[in-house]
Design a binder for this molecule. Structure first.
Ligand code: GLV
Ligand code: MN
Ligand code: MN
Length: 410
C-alpha cells in the first residue's frame, strides 16, 4: 500500500494487517491470548527489537516497549493503544495507535530528536472485552480500577478463565493486579485512535483532539422461561423468554432516542437454540452510553423496567447485572492545551471532539494526565470490517503524534 508518506508507517502496517484477519469477512478476530493475539504480541516484540527498544510484558498482559536515550530521565511519556479486536472488527481500532507510535518514534529519530524523558509504547490487553467481557481490562487492572481476583475468574464463551488463558500464554495469573511502580514512572499518556464517527470529515481536518468520553457500561440481561414444543404449546401456556428480550431491544431504541443517548443490544444467545422449540433462556448484553451520568442511569432504568414488565407478563424470570462501567472522563485540560499548542505551532488544525467510545486513555485518566488524538475516518464506520482511514490521514496522525511526543518528552 502506498500514500503513507515518509513516516515509515506503511511498512509496519503491512506486517500487522494479515494477523487475525478472517478471510471470509475481512474482519479481525484478535481475542486476547488466542493464536491471533499471540501473533500480534510477537509482532509487537519484533517491532520493538527492530528499533532497539526494550520490550516487556507487565503483570496484566499489557505490552511495553521503551525508548530511552542516553540522556533521558524522569517520568515517561506513554503512547500506544491496543491490538485486540471486537468480533470482525476493523483494522484501525487500536492498531492505528500502536503502529503510529512506533512510526512517530522513527520519525523523531530520523530528525535527530533525543528524548529528555523516556517514551513508552504500550499495547493494552483486552481493550474491547471481546473475550472476557470487561472492556479496558488491561488498563483497569494496571490502575487498580477493577478487582484482580474477580478478573482472574472472568470466563470466555467456552468457560476458560482469564487466569487459565494467561497461564496458557506463559504469564503468571498470581501476579494480576495494580502496578504502582510502573504507573508512578509515567508522567503523561497520549493515545492516538481512529475516530469512531465522522466529525473530522465534516470539519475538513485529518486529526483532532479528544475532549472527553461519555459515561458508559455493559449490562447482562438473563431471561429464563420454559422450553416447550413450538408446534403444540398453546400461546397462553407459553413462558417464552424471547418476548421480554424483544421488548428490551425495542425499549433500548426508544429510550435512547428520547434521552439523546445511545443504547445497543448487539449480542444475544438463546438456549437450547432449536428452531422448533420455545427457548428456555435468552441472554442479551446491553451497551448504554450517555452525555452524563444522570441521563445514563435514567435510560438504563427505563430499559430495565420495560424488560421486567414484559417478563412478568410472560411468566419469565429476569436478572440484570452490570458487567462493566466507565464514569465520565474529561481529558486533562493542561495536557490538552499542550497538545493543541504543539500542533498549532506546526500548522496542524486539530478540532476538539467528545466521544461515546471507550479507550484505555480514559481509564488511565483517573490516575495520570491523559489525552487522545483522533485520525479522520471518512465514513465514520467502526467495529466493522468497513472501518477505514486514508493513508494520507494516517501519515498526518503520525506527524501529529511525533509533534506531541517531541513537546512532552523534549
Ligand atoms: C470500545 O471500542 C468501546 O466499546 O467503546
Ligand atoms: Mn473498539
Ligand atoms: Mn479502540
Amino acid at each position: 500500500m502506498t500514500g503513507f508518506g515518509e513516516t515509515g508507517f506503511g511498512e509496519l502496517w503491512e506486517t500487522l494487517l494479515p494477523l487475525g484477519r478472517d478471510p471470509e469477512t475481512g474482519g479481525y478476530r484478535r481475542y486476547s491470548y488466542t493464536d491471533a493475539d499471540l501473533a500480534c504480541r510477537e509482532w509487537f516484540a519484533s517491532a520493538a527489537a527492530q528499533r532497539g527498544m526494550r520490550a516487556s510484558t507487565d503483570r496484566n498482559g499489557n505490552l511495553w516497549a521503551w525508548w530511552e536515550g542516553p540522556g533521558s530521565s524522569g517520568k515517561a511519556v506513554l503512547t500506544g493503544s491496543h491490538l485486540d479486536s471486537v468480533p470482525d472488527g476493523g483494522a484501525y481500532d487500536g492498531p492505528l495507535g500502536v503502529v503510529s507510535a512506533f512510526a512517530a518514534i522513527d520519525q523523531l529519530r530520523a530528525r535527530g530528536f533525543a528524548p529528555a524523558r523516556p517514551v513508552a509504547v504500550a499495547a493494552f490487553c483486552e481493550e474491547e472485552g471481546g473475550r472476557f467481557g470487561l472492556a479496558c481490562l488491561g488498563s483497569r487492572l494496571l490502575t487498580g480500577a477493577t478487582d484482580p481476583a474477580a478478573a482472574g475468574e472472568l470466563r470466555d464463551g467456552d468457560g476458560v478463565t482469564l487466569a487459565e488463558a494467561m497461564a496458557g500464554a506463559g504469564l503468571d495469573p498470581q501476579e494480576i493486579g495494580p502496578d504502582e511502580d510502573l504507573l508512578s514512572g509515567i508522567g503523561a499518556a497520549v493515545e492516538l485512535h481512529i475516530e469512531q464517527g465522522s466529525a473530522l470529515g465534516g470539519l475538513g481536518a485529518a486529526v483532532g483532539i479528544a475532549e472527553g468520553i461519555w459515561p458508559h457500561g455493559r449490562w447482562r440481561l438473563d431471561f429464563t422461561g420454559r422450553a416447550d414444543h413450538a408446534g403444540t404449546t398453546r400461546l397462553a401456556d407459553r413462558r417464552d423468554p424471547m418476548l421480554p428480550y424483544a421488548a428490551a431491544v425495542l425499549e433500548a431504541r426508544q429510550a435512547a432516542s428520547s434521552c439523546g443517548a445511545l443504547a445497543t443490544i448487539g449480542k444475544v444467545t438463546a438456549e437450547p437454540g432449536a428452531a422448533n422449540a420455545i427457548s428456555s433462556s435468552v441472554r442479551a448484553w446491553l451497551d448504554a452510553r450517555a452525555p452524563d451520568q444522570g441521563v445514563l442511569d435514567h435510560m438504563v432504568g427505563q430499559i430495565e423496567s420495560a424488560a421486567r414488565r414484559a417478563a412478568d407478563a410472560q411468566g419469565v424470570e429476569v436478572g440484570v447485572r452490570r458487567e462493566s462501567f466507565t464514569p465520565p472522563v474529561e481529558f486533562d485540560p493542561a495536557l490538552r492545551a499542550r497538545l493543541a499548542a504543539a500542533l498549532d505551532a506546526r500548522g496542524i488544525v486539530a478540532p476538539v471532539l467528545p466521544t461515546g467510545a471507550g479507550h484505555d486513555a480514559g481509564v488511565l485518566a483517573a490516575r495520570l494526565p491523559a489525552a487522545m488524538l483522533f485520525v479522520r475516518n471518512p465514513s465514520g464506520v467502526s467495529h466493522s470490517p468497513a472501518e477505514h482511514a486514508e493513508p494520507g490521514d494516517c501519515a498526518a496522525g503520525v506527524t501529529a503524534l511525533a509533534a506531541v511526543i517531541e513537546e512532552l518528552a523534549g
